[in-house]
Design a protein around this ligand. Sequence first.
Ligand code: APR
Ligand code: ZN
Length: 322
Amino acid sequence: PKADLESFSNHLKQSRRILALLGAGLSASSGLPTFRGTGGLWRSHEATSLATPEAFAQDAALVWQFYSYRRHMALQAQPNLAHHALAALARRNPEFITLSQNVDGLSQRAGHRASQLHLLHGSLFDVRCTAFDCDFIQQNNFTDPIVPALAIPREQAQLKPSETDNTGAEAASSLYNAMHTANASSAKELDISDDRIEIPQIPHDELPHCPQCGDGLLRPGVVWFGETLPRRTMAAVDAFIDEPRKIDLILVVGTSAKVYPAAGYVDEARAKGAKVAVVNMDRKDTPGGPGGLQEGDWFFEGDASKILPEILKPVIGDISRK
Ligand code: APR
Ligand code: ZN
């Protein structure tokens, strides 16, 4: 485990099939808090304890309030150079795919091609119905179900980047940026300060309900603990890993790699011969022991937004001066 840039560069230049696993640390320097470690708290609640079906069953209003808060935080944040570097790698290399555990939309806003970006844990901007027999899902919903004042004009929110891919991703990034501006001004009206957004507590009988079945409670379209990943996403990832041609390189960026099945994809690809490069602020926060990430082929300890543009430079060029 070393940070040998030269050997990494050589391997990167020869790599065709590349897989990245991303976590909350990628967005940390954009100002979004991680789940574990410092910043893993929202008010007095542990962020991870609110991301469960049990918490939603017990207090849907609280969980919606938490997600509403996260939507606003995400909209106020901007993608950093690490998001841009990965988006650039995707444009350069069609055989590169990204598995993101992040739900903040920052990779999309950096212009990451949708067909190469798999959202393992869904999106803050998807909303779906909880009714057992209803399949209602709305993607890219930018009208906040809790604080409608923070909506963007409907015509701007029509776009579905996942359907259109490349041009979609570009359009999506300008859409998000328009949204960011729209939200910045409504944020002022509501007296929302930069880092401490106050989302009002919503009364239970005003929680958002499904427009399709008229009955079910709507919920954030994210994957909670104990839930399975979207089937199409899993199928796409399995297909990539199971291809006979092996994966050359795995980039593990800003994740404590403690949540499965996401972390399992790295082990699986590694067992089939892929080399692993880890980018993390804190080596000790990643799994140690035999086969652990601390024993990856390369370990770059530090801020992803500084390290990624640097280590990917041999393929993507210098993006920091743009
Ligand atoms: N650059 C690189 N790494 C960083 C940075 C940074 N600027 N800041 C923090 N980190 C690292 C931390 O050291 C930590 O290892 O990012 C990691 C973040 O880990 P977690 O908070 O556990 O986030 P993540 O791995 O994405 O969590 C996985 O758990 O709660 C669920 O569904 C949620 O998707 C999330 C999943
Ligand atoms: Zn419904």
